[in-house]
Each structure stands twice: as structure tokens, then as C-alpha cells.
Design a protein around this ligand. Structure first.
Ligand code: WTA
Length: 655
């Protein structure tokens, strides 16, 4: 970093002046409209979480110790016993809500299934007995590799019912990735499907699983859901059809009493090395915090809301906010199998209108895609049912935030920009929609019961300006470690700043104490000793009326350390030109400052993204620096890279 000690860890230039208080009609019925939760948490962190745990969950046996904290290892609600599937299903049915819809499921071809809590409980019990009949015992790992079909939450809850941790591998991952994860977890059973529907066609999953299964010695049985009806190979003795096993299964399976700290699931996430990390989440603390955040961040009115989290269950957002949070709270959710442009680019808006969705939770990358497709698509539908919007997964730039508010939220619905990670298990930083005055692009404040601080390079707390986001207190849904690798857990998260969890994200605090997430720290550029966030430059670019989307990287530069390279996608009817590139460079200089002016602008028709929609900046950096590309198997469309690489070599550069 630059020589000046007083320089903030990250220089930030962008200023967002707009503020939006919660609308009065929203406040009138909101769950949180004052600071009492915050005051409780500030007064007594442990008592606050203990109260949430007892209020939101049903325990088979109450806990006697709230927290045992031996940094970096936490245990929450010790002595307590509970079962996650019982909390998600049985207790709602027992309370007379068995006929309530748990999921309005919609397949991409347009087929639908309405699943009540009673029906879900029935199928979960049967499948739990199927797993038992295949030899799965408490503590055994079960791998799941499935499309977005109802059998996926069924499989998860069946695992939870018998105390078998699940490990879900997103259906878009390759055979190799699947095999690695199965082997790391030493899973005994794999649950998969013949395939699923994407972009109007049946995409096979079982064939990929079959390749993985040639190299996974721990797997004894494979259960296959028939979704597409395509031909698949079934290995005699190992592979079984889901519907056949289910038809013969005993309908009653009592929920296994689990210790609060028993493993609920593993979810693999990529780190800085090639080996993915198996993030461990346990039972009582995880369920407490996902239920708490799902209820209060989304202001859940369980009797009337129709909630839709448009993520894939293969990612943590789906685990926590399609399955465990909403079901623990007895919510009614929409679940959709396919892509947003099938059969038309208004599929989401059509779904929202037909089901009367009241809460939508999605990623900024989706929002920017919809911006690119134009306002005419959402305008075809009545989106008047929507009363709250959520964002997750990456920093949301103010222009996308405003577009979301105007064109999806009718200029009224509050937006909750929720910051969290696979590792945190649940939302950590977010507005409370009936209380917090929002600013477009800011995740605002840590939630009650969460300690978050920005620190400088030396680990000193920053009160204003940029730095590194850290978490200062243990939280119930925190990861309990990396499966099989406690040292890596300590090194990765707890060694950079003493006594603090290092999230790996840059953040800044503005004059009013609002938190602005600046992306991963490795996305922070250092140009001539000035640290500039890729996000801020991207945001300035997207602010230009001709730009649809952009990704900015810092490429090595002999003179300035790093040079800013901007990959830009223009709106549908705009043609790109050298002149437009120059105009965009000027625009950024005007919006942020001359140091933030990109050295190179590269126009591209699409940006390389992971299957969860994150822009692959590391790859773009490689392209920008003319290096060889690494592994591209997690790309949504590897062809994009070639295209970008071709253009990178022909783009004009500023002197
Ligand atoms: C980023 C997804 C800015 C961040 C839940 C984090 C965000 C990483 C936000 C975790 C947000 C997530 N604003 N950045 N609201 N939410 N991120 O593990 O860089 O897939 O570290 O969890 O996404 O990604 P993960």
C-alpha cells in the first residue's frame, strides 16, 4: 500500500446522497420498528441469542450453556437437543397448519406442484426411512446432486431427520468437482436425478454422476429421482429409483434427537487454493440464526406472505433461505426450477404475478441482467403484490438498486441488501426494513447480535473510510470449521487480525456509520499507491446510460503497480466504439476521480460468471494481464472467455 501511514486502507471516492426511510404503510405492520432487539443484544449478547433460540425453535431438551467460546472454536446452546426437520415440519403440522402451502413449486416447462406442510412431512418421513434402509446411520454423510425440484428439500430434511449430515453439490458442477467433494466427505449415499430442465431442454445429471462414481469408493448406494424421463444407466445393486423406494417405505419415522452441536451439513466453497473447503454447519445455532434473520430481515408475516428466494439450493443462500429459514418459520415459498429467460424474458415477473409473491430475494447479477433486457419485460406484469425486495451475493451498485426499487418494487418496496457468506451461515449485515433508513448500495448496519467492524492493515478499528471487514463476536450460525482441517480454518479466517474473524471483504464506513461492501479484498486495486475498489469503478461505469454491466480488475502495471481494466457490456441497441471507450473513461474520472479512470476499456457481449452468478474477476485479471487461463470448469459459458481474450488483444489503450 502507499507510503502514507494515515491513508485509509482503501481510498473511497464515490458518494451516494440518496436516502430512503421505510414507507409509513410498511412500518404500520412491520415486525421491527424500534431498537429493542438491538438494545437487548447490546446489553447481553448471550441472553439475546438464548432468547431467540427458545422463542423461534422447539427444543426436545432445553440447553444449559449458551456459549462456549474458545477462539476460534464456538459451541452454542450446549446440552440442548432438537431436530431440524421436526422444527421445519412436525411442529407446524401439530399446530394445525398442515394444510398450509410450504412450496409452490414450478418446473421450467410449466408443470407445477403445490406441497403443503403435511405432504412435505409425509414424504420426508418416507425418504428418511429409505435412507435408513440403505444403511445410512446418524453421522453418516449423504451427498446430494440435484436440480431445483421438490425432492431436493425432501432429501435434505430426511437427512436432518435421521441425523445424517448432507453435502450438496450444485447441479452445475462437473463430475470431477462432484467426485472431489464426495471423497472429501466420504459420503455413503448419493441422491441425484436423471436430469433437470434448463433453457428449455433436459440437461442430464446422472451421466455426470456416473463419471464421478467411477472414482468414489465410499458410495454404497445411489438414489435417482426421475425428473426428465431421459434414458440413464442404472447400475444393478447400487442405483435405485427414488419413486420405487418411496412407494415401499414406512410412512412413520420419528425425528432423531440431535445435540445442538451435531453436524447438520457440509457445504463446499472455493478458497484461494485449488482444494475447496468443506464448511461445517451444526444444528441449534445455525437454525436459530437462519430463523431469526429470515423472520426479521424479511419482516415475515407468516400468514399472508408468499416468499420467493430465487437462488439455487446448491448454494448457501438456498440452504438457509429456501429451505431451513422459511420452513422453520412456517412460511409459504415459491420454488422455481429453471432460467429467467425461458420461455420468455419475463418468466420471473410472470411467476410473481401468478403466485402473488410478496417478498423477492435475489442477486444483483440477476437484477443487472434484467436491466439489460429492459423495463418492458417487468412492465408486462402486475408486480403490485411485492412489498419487500432483497439482494445478496455481491455488492449491489446504486444504479441497480434504484432500478430494482423503481421497476420491480413500484418505487415503494424497501430493499434489504444482505451481506453474509457460506461461512457465516446466515445474514449478518442488513437493514431491518421497518426501521432502517436505506441508502442505495449500502448494506447499512450489522444486525442485532452481530459484531462487525472495519479495520485497517494493522488491525485497528476504522471509524470512517475504508478497510477490511471483520467480525468481532462469535455468532450462532458461524461455521464450526473446515471439514477435516482445523488448521486451515484457523489460518484462513482467524490469523490475519488477532481475535477477529476476517471475512475477506473490503468495506467502508461513511459519515453516518453506514457500511458499504467493496467486494473481496483481492478485488481491491492499488493504483499508484491508491487503493480503489473494483466495485466503485463498476458502479460508476454502470451509471453511464449506455452501459449494461461491467467488471473491473486491477492488472499488473510497471508504472503504477496496477492499472484499471474495465470489461464492459453495453445495452442492447448501443454499438461500441473507441469513442465510447473514451467517453466511459471520462465518465469514471468525473464520477470518482482521475485516479479511478480505467486505463483500458474492453467491450464484451457477456461477462464470465460462476454458475452462482459471481463475476470471475480472477479470470478477467488473467485475461487482462495476458496470462494463461486457469481452470474454467466453473464458468457458465467458457466461450465468453475466448471472446474476451480476443477483444483484450485488440482493445486500444490509454497512453
Ligand atoms: C459477497 C453468499 C456485498 C462477499 C451469501 C462475500 C456480498 C461473498 C453481499 C460470500 C452483499 C455476499 N454485498 N457483497 N450484500 N453478499 N457478498 O459464500 O464478497 O457465496 O464474502 O455467500 O459474497 O459469498 P457466498
Amino acid at each position: 500500500m502507499g507510503g502514507d501511514d494515515k491513508q485509509a486502507a482503501i481510498d473511497t471516492y464515490g458518494l451516494e446522497e440518496r436516502t430512503f426511510p421505510p414507507p409509513l404503510e410498511f412500518v404500520a405492520n412491520a415486525l421491527v420498528t424500534d431498537r429493542s432487539l438491538q438494545e437487548h443484544a447490546d446489553a447481553d449478547h448471550e441472553d439475546f441469542w438464548a432468547t431467540q433460540a427458545r422463542e423461534l425453535l422447539t427444543w426436545q431438551r432445553d440447553f444449559d450453556t449458551v456459549l462456549e467460546w474458545d477462539l476460534p472454536f464456538a459451541k452454542w446452546f450446549i446440552g440442548g437437543q432438537l431436530n431440524v426437520s421436526e422444527n421445519c415440519l412436525d411442529r407446524h403440522v401439530a399446530a394445525g397448519r398442515g394444510d398450509k402451502v410450504a412450496y409452490h413449486w414450478e418446473g421450467e416447462p410449466g408443470d407445477t406442484r403445490t406441497i403443503t406442510y403435511a405432504e412435505l412431512l409425509d414424504e420426508v418421513q418416507r425418504f428418511a426411512n429409505v435412507l435408513k434402509s440403505l444403511g445410512v446411520r446418524k453421522g453418516d454423510r449423504v451427498n446430494i446432486y440435484m436440480p431445483m425440484i421438490p425432492e431436493l428439500p425432501v432429501a435434505m430434511l430426511a437427512c436432518a431427520r435421521i441425523g445424517a449430515p448432507h453435502s450438496i453439490v450444485f447441479g452445475g458442477f462437473s463430475s470431477d468437482s462432484l467426485a472431489d467433494r464426495i471423497n472429501d466427505a466420504e459420503a455413503k449415499v448419493l441422491v441425484t436425478a436423471d436430469g433437470g430442465y434448463r433453457r428449455g431442454a433436459a440437461a442430464g445429471l446422472k451421466p455426470h454422476a456416473d463419471v464421478a462414481l467411477t472414482n468414489t469408493p465410499s458410495i454404497e448406494h445411489v438414489v435417482v429421482v426421475r425428473r426428465t424421463g431421459q434414458d440413464v444407466d442404472m447400475t444393478e445393486g447400487r442405483d435405485h429409483w427414488y419413486h420405487e423406494l418411496l412407494a415401499d417405505a414406512d410412512p412413520v419415522c420419528p425425528p432423531e434427537p440431535m445435540e445442538s452441536e451435531d453436524l447438520l451439513y457440509l457445504l463446499y466453497t472455493s478458497g484461494t487454493t485449488a482444494k475447496p473447503k468443506g464448511i461445517m454447519h451444526t444444528t441449534g445455532g445455525y437454525l436459530t440464526q437462519v430463523a431469526f434473520t429470515h423472520k426479521y430481515v424479511f419482516d415475515l408475516q407468516a400468514d399472508t406472505d408468499v416468499y420467493w428466494c430465487a437462488a439455487d439450493i446448491g448454494w448457501v443462500t438456498g440452504h438457509s433461505y429456501i429451505v431451513y429459514g422459511p420452513l422453520a418459520n412456517g412460511a409459504t415459498s415459491v420454488m422455481y426450477e429453471g432460467t429467467p429467460d425461458t420461455p420468455g424474458r419475463d418468466r420471473w415477473w410472470d411467476i410473481i404475478e401468478r403466485y402473488g409473491v410478496t417478498i423477492l430475494y435475489c442477486a444483483p447479477t440477476a437484477i443487472r441482467t434484467f436491466m439489460k433486457w429492459g423495463t418492458a419485460e417487468p412492465a408486462k406484469h402486475d408486480l403490485g403484490s411485492l412489498r419487500l425486495l432483497g439482494s445478496v451475493g455481491e455488492p449491489i451498485n446504486p444504479e441497480a438498486w434504484m432500478w430494482y426499487r423503481e421497476h420491480i418494487g413500484g418505487g415503494q418496496a424497501p430493499i434489504v441488501d444482505t451481506w453474509w457468506q457460506t461461512e457465516t451461515g446466515a445474514i449478518m449485515i442488513s437493514p431491518l426494513p421497518g426501521l432502517t433508513v436505506t441508502k442505495p448500495g449500502s448494506a447499512t448496519f450489522p444486525l442485532p447480535g452481530v459484531g462487525a467492524e472495519v479495520v485497517d492493515d494493522a488491525g485497528h478499528k476504522v471509524e470512517l473510510g475504508g478497510g477490511y471487514l471483520t467480525l468481532t463476536k462469535p455468532w450462532p450460525s458461524m461455521l464450526r470449521g473446515i471439514y477435516g482441517d482445523p488448521e486451515r480454518y484457523r489460518d484462513t479466517y482467524w490469523s490475519r487480525f488477532e481475535g477477529r474473524y476476517f471475512a475477506g471483504d473490503g468495506a467502508k464506513l461513511d459519515d453516518d456509520g453506514y457500511l458499504w461492501l467493496l467486494g473481496r479484498v483481492d478485488d481491491v486495486m492499488n493504483v499508484s499507491g491508491h487503493r480503489i475498489s473494483t466495485t466503485e469503478v463498476e458502479s460508476a461505469l454502470v451509471d453511464h446510460p449506455k452501459v449494461a454491466e461491467s467488471a473491473v480488475v486491477g492488472a499488473k502495471d510497471d508504472t503504477t503497480g496496477q492499472a484499471i481494466v474495465a470489461f464492459v457490456t453495453v445495452k442492447g441497441d448501443v454499438t461500441h466504439s473507441v469513442e465510447l471507450g473514451e467517453e466511459l473513461r471520462k465518465h469514471v474520472a468525473t464520477k470518482i476521480g482521475p485516479t479511478a479512470r480505467p486505463k483500458t476499456v474492453i467491450f464484451t457481449d457477456d461477462l464470465p460468471k460462476t454458475r452462482s452468478g459471481k463475476i470471475m474477476r480472477r479470470l478477467l485479471r488473467d485475461v487482462a494481464e495476458g496470462r494463461d487461463l486457469g481452470d474454467t470448469t466453473t464458468l457458465a459459458d467458457p466461450a465468453v472467455v475466448e471472446e474476451i481474450r480476443r477483444r483484450a488483444t485488440t482493445a486500444p489503450q490509454e497512453e
